[in-house]
Design a protein around this ligand. Sequence first.
Ligand SMILES: [Zn+2]
Ligand SMILES: [Zn+2]
Length: 379
Amino acid sequence: MKAVAVFPHTREVKFIEQEAPRVTEPDHVKVRVLEVGICGTDKEICSFEYGTPPEGSDCLVIGHEALGEVIEVGPAVNKVKVGDLVEPTVRRHCSHPACNPCRAGYPDFCTTGDYTERGIKGLHGFMTEQVVDHERYLHVVPPELRNVGVLTEPLTIAEKAGTQVRHILDRLPWLAHYLQEQAMQHNATAVVLGAGPVGLLGAMKLLQTGFETCVYALPPAPNPGSDIVEAIGGTYYSQGRIPPETQQELFGHIHLIYEATGVSSLAFEMLNLLAPNSIFVMTGVPSLKGAIEVDADLLMRNIVLKNQLVLGTVNASAEDFDTAIKDIGIFRQRWPHALQAIITSRVAPEDAPDLLLGKSSGIKNVISFDTSARTTHRE
Ligand SMILES: [Zn+2]
Ligand SMILES: [Zn+2]
């Protein structure tokens, strides 16, 4: 069985052959992997910044954004059946009895750091022909989402942020009626930083929730990302093309900033533009490049005097995966071409090492184990 694996000790990324996994527990499900999305995390693992092989293994099979088809189920499995499309979650709980989040089923809030993550930390990932997992970690995807279901995992970042933001907005009693209707009805402005898959899917979620949404990103328009933003009814601003003094005017009164770049200098610059009572959501993980200068007095004054909140969020819960699958269905109905346009190439697993190690272009590149679904070129 083919797989794409990193070997941290010899610093290699290789296309390997390995034994197929077997159903050995009553709640095990065997899945034929159809597609696996590549993201910055995979590229960082392939440059050996992090990524931990399972105990006893010299390599880590990567891949954590997967869509697959169930091909075998154990005797105790009752929620998924052979033929179902499924999306697996990534993070698995730690084993510490005192870790309340993990014990409550929320390893995304694990406090010990001893969680595992498929394809990232201590467990093999999904960039292989077949995987076996427990039923409780698999979420059924409707068959009509076959071509876009692989975007579920990157959307769960926005879904978890959305869940947290709804809880936070409970602090503002005058918003209660909007929250009940689950829509801001264009009374609120959101700015997304970055036009990669996380940013674009975040913009879709914000527009769907009713936010007037701008996307602020580095490449000058027009480009594939800006085309998607315009197609979904957002406004694209190219970073650096707006003088700082007019930024406030252009963005207006910003109620929410959804950061999806991992560029800390940009994040803290934009934090100054946040309106009173508003929320800044950080999702990017910058590499540690040394200290940068920020006007800490101004930031702290604003945060206090404007009741602002800076929220960090990582990973997602099982509920967030279910919501993401539902929302991918809604986005597909509302913006079929724009959603599909986020996936810019589908390539064979043999080409994965090149794509992971080279400077890839495009928005979301997908490794396809299904020969009929592949595109022949990378855009
Ligand atoms: Zn990812
Ligand atoms: Zn834990």
